[in-house]
Ligand binder design. Sequence first.
Ligand SMILES: Nc1ncnc2c1ncn2[C@@H]1O[C@H](COP(=O)(O)OP(=O)(O)OP(=O)(O)O)[C@@H](O)[C@H]1O
Length: 588
Amino acid sequence: MKRAILAAVAAIIIFPLLPVPEFWFTQANYIGLYALVVLGLVVLTGIAGLTSFGQAAFVGLGAYATAYLTSHYDVSPWLTLFAGLIITGGSALLIGAITLRMSGHYLPLATIAWSIALFYLFGSISWLGKYDGISGLPAINLFGWTLGNSRSMYWLIWLCVCLSAWALLNLLDSRPGRAIRALKHSIQMAESMGVNTARTKIIIFVIAALLASVSGWLFAHLQRAINPTPFGLSASLEYVIMLVVGGMSSIWGALLGSGAVKILQDQLQVIMPALFGRAGSFEGLVFGLLLILLLRFAPEGLWSWIAKLWNRPLRKQLPSAQQVITPLTHRTVSQAGETLLQVDDVRKRFGGLVAVDKVSFKVAAGEIVGLIGPNGAGKSTTFNLVTGLLRASEGQVRFKGQRIDGLPSREIAKLGVARTFQHVKLVPEMSVLENVALGAHLRTSAGVFSATLRLDRRDEAAMLKEAAHALQRVGLQDLMHLEAGSLALGQQRLLEIARALCCDPALLLLDEPAAGLRAFEKQALAELLSSLRAEGMGILIVEHDMEFVMRLTDHIVVMVFGQKIAEGKPAEIQQHPAVLEAYLGGVE
Ligand SMILES: Nc1ncnc2c1ncn2[C@@H]1O[C@H](COP(=O)(O)OP(=O)(O)OP(=O)(O)O)[C@@H](O)[C@H]1O
C-alpha cells in the first residue's frame, strides 16, 4: 500500500515536469476536482452503502459561498473556503439528520430532491446572479504565489486530492473506519458492537459533503466564474457514474473512475464528430454503451481488475512482542452466582403472533444457561429482546439489577452484554482480525479526527492485540489475515464468538454457536465456553445440538410456541414429561 501511495504521489509530481500541453493540465485539474467529490462518495456510497445523488449541490454550496464573498465583499479565498465548509457542513448535518434515517429508496430520492431544489435556488436568487451566475472571482494567492492559471492550480488541486485520499485511507483503517464498513452489512450487528450507527452515518455524510465543498471552492477559483449548470442533478449523476466506473469501495477507484470518465467523455467529443461529421449526436450514446459494457464485464469497477493483478493482502501490522502496548482495560469480573440477567414475564407480539409469551428466567455469573426449543419457539426473539434489537410488548429485562428493556442495543452492549447471531453477520471483505477488532469498539474512544490524522495508533495497536488474543482463544489465529467472507460457516461462527469476546462482556449470548462445526471444533468450543464460565462469565446459549447443550449447560430453559414449558438442570430436562412430549421425545 505504501508503495502504491508513493507511486501515485510520484506520478502527480512528475506530470507537470513533463512537456505536456496546457490542455492536459486542464484535464488533470478537472479530474482532480471530480476525484475529490468521488472520494467522498466512495466512503458514503461504496463503503457505507448510503446512496447520494446530491453531491453536486454541495459542490455548488462551496463554489457559491466563495464566489459571493470574494466578488461582493473582497474576502480572502482562504477565509471563504472555511465559510463554504461551514455552510456545506451545516446543510449536510441538517439534511443528513432528516434523511439518513430513511431506508430503501427514500434516501436517494431525498438527495435527488435536494439536488434539484438547490439548483433552482442558485438559478433564482438575484444576488447570486440567477442563471448567469457570478464572475470576476480573484485567483487564490498562496504565500505570495498567485494561482492564476491551470498549471499553478494543478498543484493546489492535487495537494487537496492527495491529502483527502490519505485522510480517508487512514480513516478506513481505524476504529471509526471499521464502524463505517459495518454499516452496509448490518446495522443490527454494528449497534450490538456499540456503534452509534445514526451518528456514524451523519458523520460520513458531512465528510463527503465537505470534500465536495472543497472541490467547489477550487472549481470556482479555477474558472473564476460560476453559474448553476455544473451543480445540477446531471452533474450529481456523473459523480455516481465515476464512482461505479472506478470501483465503488476503493479510494484508488475514485481517482481511476474520475480520470477514465473525464478522458473518455472528452475523447468521444473529438472522435465521434470526426467519424460521423456531426457534433453532439453520438457521444452520449457511445458513452452509455461503453458504460453498459463496463458494468457487464467489470461490475465492481475498473479498479477491481487492477486490484486482482496486484492481489493486495489484508495483512495488518500487529504489535511485536517487544512493543510496549497499554492493554485495553477489562471490566470487573462479577462474583460467581451473582444474577446478571433477569427476564421477567416478557412478551413479544408480532401483529397477531405472540412469539414470546410471558417468559421468565435468570442467568448468573459463572453459569451457562441453555435456551432450547423447536424451530419457531421464540428463542432468537428472546435474544433480540435481551439485547435491545426488539422491544418487549410487556414484561421487564434487567441486567445486574438495572432495567435494560427499552435501551438501544449499543447501550446494552456498553453495560457488558455481547452476542452472536443466528445468521452470521460480519463484514465479508474485511479481514478476520479487523472483524474481531470491531468487537472492541466500545473499549477505546478514537474518533474520526484522530483516525484521519493517524493519532490513534496506540489505541489501534491495543485493539488489534486484543482481537488477535480473542482469535487465539477460538482457534482462528492462523486465519486472521484472510477475508472474513472466505471462511467456512463454522469458522465464521467462531469469528463472531471472538468478536463478542473482544467486547469484554459479563454476559455472552450465543445463538447456535455449534451449527456448522465439526466434532473436534465443537469439543474445542465446549472447552472454551467452560473456561469462560470458570472466569465468571455468564453465558446464555441457543443451540439445537442436544448432546452439546446437555453436556455443557448448568441450567436449561425450554420454550415451545413462545412459552416456557420447563426449566431445570440438564438431567431434569431430559426426564421432564412435557419436554419429552413436546420436544426431546422426537429427538431421542
Ligand atoms: N420480525 C418478525 N416479524 C414477525 N414475526 C417474527 C419476527 N421474528 C420472528 N417472528 C416469528 O416469531 C416466531 C419465533 O421466531 P424465532 O426466530 O424467535 O424462533 P426460534 O426459536 O429462534 O426458531 P429457530 O430455531 O428456527 O431459529 C416465529 O413464528 C417467527 O416466524
